[in-house]
Design a protein around this ligand. Sequence first.
Ligand code: HEM
Length: 139
Amino acid sequence: MNLSLEHIRLVQNSWDGVEPMIDRMAELFYAHLFELNPHVKTLFKADMQQQGRRIMDMIGSVVRHLNAVDKMLPSLQESGARHENYGVLPEDYDTVAAAFLYALQQCLGDTLTAEVKNAWVDVFSWMTQIMLEVTDQSQ
Ligand code: HEM
C-alpha cells in the first residue's frame, strides 16, 4: 500500500471519530450492503452485532498498523481463505467497499473530505487485494 504519512494520519484520525459509534457504523454498513447486494445476506449465519464487531475490529487493527502493514498480512490472508469458504465472490468486495464508505460518510458527515475518503479507498483496496491473493493461489 502506498499511503503517505499524512494520509495514514488522516485515516487514523477519521477512525478515532468512528470508534465511539462502532455498532452504529456496523449497522449502517450491513444495511447498505444488503441493499446493494441482497444475495449476500444468506451467507451470514452469525449474530449480526457480533459479526459487525468482528469486521470493525479487523479494520481497526489494519488502521492501527498502517505504519507496519506487514504485521496484518497473516490475519488478512487467513480471513481471505475463510471468506472463500463462506461463498464470498471476488466481485462482492466492491459492494463491501462501497457500503463501508457510505457508512463512514453517514457517521463522519462533512469531516470525511474527498481526500480522507480517497485514502480509505486505498486502504480498502489493499485489504481486498491481500484477502483475494490467497484464493488465487489456492486455485
Ligand atoms: C476488506 C474486506 C473484508 C473484511 C476486512 C472482512 C472481515 C471479516 C471478519 C474479520 C470476519 C470474521 C471471521 C473471519 O475472519 O473469517 C468476517 C466474516 C464474514 N464475512 Fe467478511 N470481511 C470482508 C469482506 C467480506 C465480503 C466482500 C463479504 C461478502 C459479502 C464478506 C462476508 C462475510 C461472511 C459471510 C462472514 C461469516 C459470517 C458468519 O460467520 O456468519 N466479507 N469478515
